[in-house]
Design a protein around this ligand. Structure first.
Ligand SMILES: Cc1cc2nc3c(=O)[nH]c(=O)nc-3n(C[C@H](O)[C@H](O)[C@H](O)COP(=O)(O)OP(=O)(O)OC[C@H]3O[C@@H](n4cnc5c(N)ncnc54)[C@H](O)[C@@H]3O)c2cc1C
Length: 463
């Protein structure tokens, strides 16, 4: 519970509407989208300007309150859960698109702008902001920057990092830092912008973001390819890339996911198939025609059971929308959904599917796998029940063994969801104790008192 005097100071300096302290309101802000994790904050601040963020952080610092930044709480590694209590600063009322600059092809937004709102606003001016996480209808740009979110178009267009040009932020001591700008080239000093992207709210609170925009593709073609064996789908991905074609989208769903999605959206997906790939090629119409022919040929050559071409933009949009429901659809069927973010070099996809199948049997689990196959980024999702301790033990052993092999193949423990609380013990396995020590020194130089998003990314002494 927040001290009465601190509460009064917050209300006095920020206004009653910016401060939430009722227990029933605080309860829901102790969750994000990661299962099994919760901690109620003592107070939540909804700033509407950078100045308000500064004031809140100064009050927190003076009173030694831990601060946890929050966007929409769709994170999947526990990053916005205030595990040490204290103050949550929720940016989602800072939701103004400040400028769309058509001469410089940039957009400048407050950090709480919802990803899809930016996409739609720039699309109305004939421009394109590609990063499109599955959560784009809810997630904020600040959360996207802090997790370096990917999306369905990541294969060709890259991830959030590739579009961030400038950031304005408040440091843990309440001072301002501005980094980057609208110039396409900038090598003045250390690249703070690049350090801040993906820093999971542990170094600064982002209040304003300038992103790069690009012209939209003129044409696109969307395919759904079905497979009797998921390994063939993995081979298809590798062959398409090896043919020097970079589709904008190459997304996979296995049989369990196809069935859950079909139960949810009812668009006639074939339940008997072992896997499907959603593939989209886009660009200049002549190139799209050429690449579409080649993709179809490769799919048939590797032995796809069926290849369906979307008849129009509406059908293509509904197929992408169905894929975006994968996590929600899987989450409906069991009390607990453990989702991971294993990413391998694309050439190892078929082997990864074999491994997931073997481990599923070994640990007697129900697993649905979907993800950004073109990026080698898979989300093997264990459908389980956290009240069943034996099942949870088996689920964790499944991920342990999976990650051991993923790392041995040169992969990563997180392609896009971050480390947060959920994957702290895996980080050192990937980057080694020396890498962790350097990261801790960087954290220390931004946040010497350790008040910003404590308990995230690093295992504390004695934990
Ligand atoms: C259904 C579903 C689908 C998803 N699909 C994808 C996907 O395709 N690709 C992908 O990459 N992720 C995906 N995610 C994960 C998640 O949506 C992303 O990580 C997203 O970027 C989080 O945004 P948010 O606004 O919800 O941030 P939050 O969850 O609120 O916060 C995420 C992290 O950023 C920090 N943070 C938030 N805002 C700020 C700020 N302004 N300043 C400093 N730190 C801040 C928080 O402290 C936390 O550490 C999905 C999640 C769901 C539930």
């Amino acid at each position: 519970m927040i001290d009465k005097n601190i509460l009064e100071t917050l209300v006095l300096k920020l206004g009653r509407e910016a401060v939430v302290s009722e227990p029933e309101d605080l309860l829901v802000l102790g969750y994000d989208s990661t299962p099994g994790l919760h901690h109620t904050p003592d107070v939540v601040i909804y700033p509407t300007s950078s100045e308000q963020v500064q004031i809140a952080m100064q009050i927190a610092r003076d009173n030694k309150l831990p601060i946890t930044p929050r966007g929409s709480g769709t994170g999947l590694s526990g990053g916005s859960i205030p595990i040490k209590g204290g103050m949550v600063i929720c940016l989602n009322k800072m939701n103004q698109i400040l400028e769309i600059d058509e001469e410089n092809l940039t957009a400048t937004c407050q950090a709480g702008v919802v990803t899809l709102d930016l996409f739609n606003a720039v699309a109305a001016k004939g421009l394109f902001y590609p990063p499109d996480p599955g959560s784009q209808k809810i997630s904020t740009l600040g959360g996207n920057v802090m997790e370096d979110a990917g999306g369905l178009r990541g294969l060709k267009y890259g991830v959030t990092r590739d579009y961030v040009m400038a950031l304005k932020c408040v440091l843990p001591d309440g001072s301002l830092l501005s980094t980057g700008g609208k110039s396409v080239k900038d090598v003045a000093g250390y690249a703070f912008k690049d350090l801040l992207v993906g820093s999971e709210g542990t170094l600064a609170i982002i209040t304003e973001i300038t992103v790069k925009l690009i012209p939209p593709p003129q044409d696109k073609r969307t395919f759904l390819a079905y497979f009797d064996d998921i390994r063939i789908a993995g081979t298809a991905v590798s062959k398409i890339i090896a043919a020097k074609i970079i589709p904008s989208t190459m997304e996979i769903m296995d049989k369990a996911t196809i069935n859950c999605v079909e139960d949810y959206v009812k668009i006639g997906l074939p339940r008997q198939m072992a896997a499907l790939l959603l593939i989209e090629v886009d660009g200049h119409p002549a190139m799209v025609a050429e690449e579409a022919t080649e993709v179809e040929r490769i799919l048939n050559d590797v032995g796809a059971a069926e290849v369906h071409v979307a008849k129009d933009a509406a059908e293509a949009a509904s197929l992408a929308a169905a894929r975006r429901t994968a996590l929600s659809a899987l989450a409906r069927v069991s009390p607990t959904t453990l989702l991971e973010d294993a990413t391998v070099p694309r050439s190892m996809l078929a082997e990864t599917f074999t491994l997931i199948e073997r481990l599923t049997q070994k640990y007697q689990l129900t697993v649905g796998t979907f993800g950004h196959a073109g990026d080698g980024n898979l989300h093997p999702t264990v459908l389980c029940d956290e009240r069943n301790t034996d099942e949870m033990k088996r689920a964790h052993a499944f991920y342990d063994e999976l990650y051991e092999q993923v790392l041995a193949w040169g992969g990563t423990v997180s392609g896009e969801h971050g480390i947060g609380i959920a994957k702290k013990d895996y980080l050192a396995r990937q980057i080694g104790p020396g890498g962790v020590a350097v990261m801790k020194r960087i954290k220390q130089s931004f946040d010497p008192d350790g008040i910003l998003n404590p308990g995230k990314i690093f295992i504390a002494n004695g934990e």
